[in-house]
Design a protein around this ligand. Structure first.
Ligand code: IMP
Length: 433
């Protein structure tokens, strides 16, 4: 069995939760490597809907070791709420979950700082999830953050006071109207620490130990490559390394232990928050995709912007991540369309280009070049074999594979676990054996 990274090939919300949940049956451990409770992975099991934010989807399989890696930022209140919610639904989270002692802690003032920054006059808002993710990563990189190991240790109060003094200065400088009660936060966090302490360990050691014993690990990406701090549409990105490289730095497992990298992409594309989106459809058709695909954020409930499969974007994310295989989700959302536009190139400043521009101005200047493929106008939900799909749907998938240069190893056409086909003979099938 392989060690596999599964991550988003677009701007997040590609349906990774369902895929990771499905695959996790075959793995000993599932590890999150970046982000925080800004992520929202929705998994349907029978009639029941689970929304996971911080905890890896693998936790829904009894016996699977779930790991929150060092690259993640943790809001203890959100974590405990999620744990309690899952426990109420019968999941034995505490028996399965371990949290890295090197992950960083989010405090309420991180959210306050984010609000100031997003609302500042003259500042272009990123459209963040308002979870304090960015300011927490800022403290991490500035070397003043508080890690889980210190949070659950006896000297937490001392470290906290130093950080709180810093934030107090900012609050005063900005004449903050929201009252920040630093003392109350300290007392509350001391209680959180007591409950979280038994779950904390050196997860890099745990994961490497499992791998040494020949056990397999699934690395679960959150957000998507186009939201990666380095490779995404900067500055309209999240603050962590969502791309495949982040799986190693965010867990402490070396690159030579990874056997395969799998990208998840919708059959179309969506994005939440602000920022360039070359193939966005602002017409009634885009609205229709939103309705059919139920494209509303699972964490914030915000309507997602909808558009068409973007070949240059997928070629770019395939290169950055080294995709061995692509999983196409929500194919059935396109079922009723007569014609499906696919963005095959970009026109920037009068020139046709196939690469992803780095500059924001050039990104925003992109005019998408579309090809239109025939739709299939047949119900595909739950069809379990590629050759049982309508011919036009097979051709659509073939077109995507040829243009992106990556095999399509799996197609998901419905929300249920079993509404996912793995293509026989694909690299993905081998990686899952
Ligand atoms: P932040 O991660 O809250 O700082 O938000 C930064 C950007 O990433 C915003 O555009 C968010 O909408 C987006 N974002 C963060 N998490 C997710 C996610 O799980 N799915 C989709 N977009 C996300």
């Amino acid at each position: 069995m392989s060690n596999l990274i599964v991550l988003g090939a677009q701007w997040g919300d590609e349906g990774k939760g369902k895929i990771v949940d499905l695959f996790s049956e075959k793995f000993h451990a599932v590890a999150r490597y970046q982000g925080g409770h800004n992520a929202g992975h929705t998994v349907y099991i029978g009639e029941r809907k689970f929304v996971l934010k911080l905890i890896p989807s693998g936790v829904l399989r009894p016996g699977v070791q779930a790991v929150i890696g060092n690259g993640v930022v943790i809001d203890p209140k959100a974590l405990l709420e999620e744990i309690h919610g899952l426990e109420e639904m019968g999941v034995d989270v505490k028996a399965q979950l371990k949290i890295s002692n090197r992950a960083h802690i989010i405090f309420p003032f991180h959210r306050t700082l984010e609000k100031i920054s997003e609302g500042r006059e003259g500042h272009v808002a990123i459209g963040t999830t308002s979870r304090g993710i960015g300011p927490c990563y800022e403290d991490k990189v500035a070397r003043r953050g508080i890690r889980v190991a210190d949070f659950v240790d006896s000297d937490f109060a001392q470290l906290y006071r130093a950080l709180a003094e810093d934030k107090q200065l900012i609050a005063t400088a900005f004449k903050l109207t929201d009252r920040v009660d630093f003392k109350e936060i300290l007392e509350q966090y001391k209680q959180f620490a007591i409950e979280i302490r038994p779950l904390v360990c050196d997860t890099q050691h745990l994961l490497n130990g499992l791998i040494r014993e020949g056990k397999s690990v699934l690395f679960e990406g959150a957000q998507g490559t186009m939201l990666d701090i380095d490779f995404g549409t900067y500055p309209f990105v999240t603050s962590s390394s969502a791309a495949a490289g982040g799986a190693c730095t965010g867990t402490g497992v070396a690159p030579n232990k990874i056997d395969g990298i799998v990208g998840v992409s919708k059959a179309y594309i969506t994005r939440v928050g602000a920022g360039p989106f070359p193939s966005e459809d602002l017409t009634e058709l885009g609205e229709e995709i939103r309705r059919r695909g139920n494209e509303f954020g699972s964490v914030t409930g915000r309507p997602r912007r909808c558009g068409w499969f973007d070949v240059p974007l997928l070629r770019y994310t395939a290169e950055v991540n080294g995709f061995d295989s692509l999983i196409i989700t929500k194919l059935d959302v396109l079922d009723e369309l007569k014609e499906i536009p696919v963005c095959v190139a970009y026109e920037v400043d009068g020139k046709v280009v196939h690469e992803m521009p780095a500059s924001t101005r050039r990104m925003e200047a992109i005019k998408p070049v579309f090809e239109r493929l025939p739709g299939w106008q047949t119900k595909t939900q739950g069809v379990a074999q590629m050759d049982k799909l309508p011919k036009a749907a097979q051709n659509y998938l073939k077109f995507l594979a040829e243009r992106t240069g990556v095999e399509i190893g799996s197609v998901s056409n419905g929300p249920e676990r079993n509404e996912t086909m793995i293509i026989p003979g694909s690299k993905l099938e081998k990686l899952l054996q």
